[in-house]
Structures are given as C-alpha cells and as structure tokens.
Design a protein around this ligand. Sequence first.
Ligand SMILES: Cc1cc2nc3c(=O)[nH]c(=O)nc-3n(C[C@H](O)[C@H](O)[C@H](O)COP(=O)(O)OP(=O)(O)OC[C@H]3O[C@@H](n4cnc5c(N)ncnc54)[C@H](O)[C@@H]3O)c2cc1C
Length: 429
Amino acid sequence: MTPVTCWDVVVAGAGPAGSIAALVLARSGARVALVDKAAFPRDKACGDLIGPRGVRLLEELAVAVPDAGTGADLLVAGPSRRRARLPAFGGKTYADHGMVVPRRILDDCLRAAAIAAGATPVRARISAADLASGGSVTALITSDGGRLESDIVIGADGALSKVAQLAGMLDPDNALWGFAIRGYIPAQVPLPLLMLLDAQPWRIYPGYGWLFPGADGRANVGIGVGMGRRRTPALLRPDLDRLCAILRREGDISPDAQPGPIVGGWLRMGGTGTPPAAGNVLLVGDAAGLINPLQGEGIAPGMVSARAAAEAVTAGPARAACVYTEVIGELMRPYMTGAAALQEAMLARPRLASAAMRMLTTPPLRRLVAGTWSLYWNGLADGAAPRPSARSAALVQTLAWRLANRPERHGRGGTLQSVQAVQTRRSPE
Ligand SMILES: Cc1cc2nc3c(=O)[nH]c(=O)nc-3n(C[C@H](O)[C@H](O)[C@H](O)COP(=O)(O)OP(=O)(O)OC[C@H]3O[C@@H](n4cnc5c(N)ncnc54)[C@H](O)[C@@H]3O)c2cc1C
C-alpha cells in the first residue's frame, strides 16, 4: 500500500531557501513537510559566501549560524591583474558585511532550525506529481512510492527543479544558465577575491574565478561561467588550474597549494526559466532562477524569496501565488532583469568587456567607481542608505533596466512575470 501523508505545505528541498520557507511556515503554526533526497549534513558546491541581505535575514529570524570569517569588503582583480577594493556599506535592508559558512554547516544548521520550529523532515526523492485539472499539484510522489498531499507546494529544489518540471513551469530555453566548480585549498585569505580573466588576450573570460576565506585554514577556490540560453556541459577544470596558477604567481596562495576534491553545480540566473508561482506551486531560490547574473550569489536571494513565499502562504493560501509573484517582482525584478541583460551584453562583446574591466580597475578610476560598483554589482542599490554611490548605483540599475526593455529584446530575459501570463501558458485550452 502507498504511504500517504497530508500537509498544509510541502517544501521540496532543504537547502537555504527550503529551510527558511519551512522555518517561517512552521513558526506560523502550519503543518510543513521539509523533503530532501539527501541525508544531512550534506555538502553542496558553493563559494560559501552569504551576502549582506542574507546576514540581515538570519538576524531578523534569530537564526544563529557559525560564521567562519566575516566577508566585508571585496577585492576584484581585472584582466590586467590590477585590483579594486569594493567597500561594504550597511544598508536600510541589509547588513554591512557578508558571512562565510561552509555549506555542510550552513544548510544543516538552517534545516535543524526549521525542524526545531516544528517542520517535519522527510528523506525522499520527489519523482512525480499528481496534477488537478487547473494545473495545481495535489500531491508529490516520491521515488519510494510515498505520496505527499498538500494545499501548497513550495519548490526549493535547486536550479534544475523537479517540482518546476513536474508542474510544467520550467522553460529551459528561456533560462540564463551557468555552471561553476569549487574546491578547498590550504590558504589564509583576508578578503574575498573575485578574479576577472581574459579567455584570450583582450577577450574577457565568460565568467570569473574566486578565492574566498574559509574555515580551518582552508580557502574556497572556484570558477564559474555564464552560458547564455544553452545548458551545455562545461569542462572547467583546466580553467581552475589556470586560475590557481595565477593565484600562486600573485602570492594569494602558496606555490605548492593544490585544491582538494572539486565539485560543481548549475546556476540559473536573473529570475529566468520559470515564473515565481503558478496555481498552488511557489518556487523559491535557485528553483526560481534567482541567482545574481553578475556575481553568482544565490543564497541570500534564495532565503529572501523563501521568506516572501512563506509569508504569502501564511497571509492566505488561496492568493499565495498572486501575492508572492507581486512581492518577488518588486523585490527582485528591478535588479535581476537589468543584470541579466547586462550579462548577456557583456558575453556578446568580449573585447569591450575586457577593455571595460581593465579600465574600471585602473588606479584613478577604481577609487571613483568602487562604491557604485560594489552596490550595483552586489544587487544592493535597492535598500541602500543615502550616499552618493547609492544614487549612482540606482542610476546604473535604471540604465540596465532600460537595456533589458529595449524593443529588440522582447520575448527574452526574465520570467518574473505576471501570474496571469503563466496561467495562460499552462492552460492553452
Ligand atoms: C560552485 C558554486 C559556487 C557558488 N557560490 C556561491 C556563493 O559563494 N554565495 C552564494 O550566495 N551563492 C553561491 N552559489 C549559488 C548557491 O549555491 C545557490 O544559489 C544556493 O545553493 C541556492 O539555494 P537553494 O536552497 O535554492 O537550492 P539548493 O541549495 O540547491 O538546495 C536544493 C535542495 O533540493 C534537494 N533536491 C533536489 N532535487 C530534489 C528532489 N527531486 N527531491 C528531493 N530533494 C531534492 C537537494 O538535495 C538540495 O538539498 C554558488 C553555486 C555554485 C554551483
């Protein structure tokens, strides 16, 4: 006989987004199942850096995580190897620093907090779904034959989201894809470092490398690429070796330092590839494609979206999809849509992008643009405290938004669209 369980909400995926959604829902008294195929603690390919919005959210929810080292200012090295220091500013809606927590620890900690709040952990792989005639998901089916019935489903199951696929919400050809790998390497790193490289002289590499501080004398080294609308397998190991060689030459790591085991993962960026919600399914974090297209950050946007989804459900399950779509559009659309267009524009013009990055890291200019660059690039223009760089970052955001909305780009870009548009697409009859 098939085991059947009934819940108010089933949250599929216990990464940062799923656990925050489950935590907020459980605290509001909802009966929540937090389902994941993995046994925790588990590792996850990541740079382990949580941005300032994530730090603020964890403070607001009173969830303590063991910070392995504060990520404050950020160093960016251009293709010429000159470095710019991007200052961290506190904002009205975010902290004045980031945080470094290995994912094995962070994800376990957030999941434990959700369980302590009353969410029920379920170890299972979601493999199928029962759909009602309007397209709503009435039950998720697990690979061991279990059946999880609920009023609301929150898909928090990562960039390739099985829930989004099963609900007919994933349009892979309209997504902005990326792939990244990382390993741990023995090194003491004072500040997070992002390295913009040339793929060939004066042609920008379609991504960037990083060296982030870590715990126990181990830094996190990795490299990622944007691949546009095609999710094609990328062999990044030779690029990581090249990055490590540069880091050795620059003295960031010791001459004999080698990365340990390398793991990788897909990125879906800019709110592309799926709508945030349809019917009774709300997508959060990577499942909603909410990774920053310019610097690859996904933990903070994932947690922010998860709290918004949980609050929309708590306010009223019947209108949760509409409310969540509106809120997430307001929170994410102004930045994500423009940043996605900017990423595509830069990838299409590697010479111009290489020249621009060289210019931005030259000594006179870098001091001038550092504040604006820091705020815009990290998606922190909205909610910034009043200062000149906040105004110029907001201006850059507006210009990028205009770039995204030029007539020739219509039909491309973000799917942070209206619920009505999604429902029309799902019900052609
Ligand atoms: C190499 C790399 C480096 C990165 N570095 C950073 C960084 O430094 N900072 C940052 O902010 N972001 C970074 N990101 C992005 C970040 O990892 C993601 O944005 C973040 O993990 C999103 O969290 P999530 O909860 O949405 O999804 P995930 O963390 O992917 O969690 C999804 C969960 O769903 C579960 N799951 C999947 N399918 C199923 C299924 N069928 N049934 C049941 N469970 C399922 C998985 O086991 C997993 O636990 C990086 C990504 C990569 C690949």
